[in-house]
Design a protein around this ligand. Sequence first.
Ligand code: AGP
Length: 615
Amino acid sequence: MCGIVGYIGHREAYPIIMKGLQRLEYRGYDSAGIALYDGNQINLAKTKGKVIDLKSKSENSISLEGTLGIGHTRWATHGIPNDTNSHPHYSNSGDLVIIHNGIIENYETIKKELSKRGYVFSSDTDTEVLVNLIEEVKKKENVLLGKAVQIALNQVVGAYAIAVFDRNKPDEIVVAKLGSPLAIGIGQQEFFIASDASPFIEFTNNAVYLQDQEMAIIRLGKEIKLRKIQDDAIAYPLVQELQMNLEEIEKGMYDHFMLKEIYEQPSAIKDTYRGRLRVEQGIIKMAGIDQNIERFLNAQRIIIVACGTSWHAGLVAEYIFEDLARIPVEVEYASEFRYRNPVITDKDVVIAISQSGETADTLAAIKLAKERGAYVFGVCNVVGSSIARETHAGAYTHAGPEIGVASTKAFTTQITILSLIALKLAKEKGAFSDSKYHEILSELENIPSKVEVALESNSLVEIISEEYKDSDNCLYLGRGYNFPVALEGALKLKEISYIHAEGYPAAEMKHGPIALIDEQMPVIVIATNNGHYEKVVSNIQEIKSRKGKIIAIVTEGDEQVRELADHVIEVPETLECLTPLLTTIPLQLLSYHIAVMRGCNVDQPRNLAKSVTVE
Ligand code: AGP
């Protein structure tokens, strides 16, 4: 999964593209490149490494002039990260230059055919094959670039978001999309292309998100022309006025995007239930549910498909839906679900959860579920994302852009949305009393202020982090609603600090993990005062008797656990079903501070990408 940026207009392209690439680095950052047309020739620089490496290489090796250009930050899929395999890629003639996010699955077959026709390849990438296929079609069919791209793309199998231009026709850029995101920013006499809106939001908030199998010929001074790649049918651009603004992108006062996003959770949760949660009227308004409520109420079961943190949010939803709405729920790793030939019927409702809306496994699970008749509902954070478009209906979390690779506000806003859905269905089903319903509604409305209070533990968490930053292993324990939070806390720690961490149901400890407990093992135990509190206290005693180091997340005012644990971090009291929204906060902060103290790259942890758009 990579980041692509392009510009054609009246400004100098270089600064726009370079800054845009920096904003997209979360999508992939093992190599980067840029190509600029200076009115006479294409000047191209590319390198293994980060965008900052590209910046210094470009500024010391090529002319930076020109009002047409494309840039790319890579997450390798074909060909190891090195200068040659970095994008952009030239065609053999040097006339065409392309950037690509995605995978061309049949590139080897095409490469063989092109080699027979005398094409040579300097890289191991599928992208270089694609640009030469376009060149071959352009020559053989004697057509313009747009048509050549269309014909070529009908010969490839795979996923792509591409931008390509011809130095002999420098007043246009051709873009196309299938399976990978591509947005076009529409300015005054200028156009921007990017994987998401962050590179151009400071210039324009008018954007067109290409749909799958769409391509656009972007010509200066002209309206963009959209085409369906398969049948050349005209597609009409849906211009969206984006609400996202720049400061949402920039780190603001925080050292890292992750910390900024942890602190954004009160507002993100509020934005997510805004307009949906109407406590005074005692209603929950969600168009995607309202219009299809029967599908949910008559569902034989709800199957949740997701990956990573989104899967943990799905696990929380399992507890909420079954506890409140009495609807059977199964939570599946999308990567397993898509391949295990699952039993799916038209009585099933599938909820797909994805922050990026581009996770390949989740997208594939959705397609499978739809093929087998299920009704699929999406919970995504990115407007216009592939998953948002592939599902029958959905609800957006309004968390705003989540740049840090480690998901934080996405998790709590997903739980918010899922809580609203469960509550709505519970009310429709008469699954519990009006008073309980209103109690939960009004408590949900209080959650943002309680998250603010939970965030006040930051300094205490930082002190605790200092003590455990050099641990080799860590155990997270929780029961009931907080078992998924234990899993999520462990994932946070391992993915950004590289400390091995495992989450477990607290009662499972005696079935094995207790053998791990010694003075070197920090154990984080979620011990809020509801949900089997006494059982968790006895688990804490078992750990203590084996000299484990205990960091307990407790309800404010708790005295009993304070007597037993080495450290206690308080969160405000709330209803059991809403505790995950609070107990996850100190765990996010703990992983953040430990990672910073270990000198890790918190926003771009090694080996990870923000959205896994390939298998
Ligand atoms: C979580 O911190 C990770 N970034 C990762 O597990 C992520 O949740 C997973 O890749 C799913 O991404 P999605 O929500 O965009 O589908």
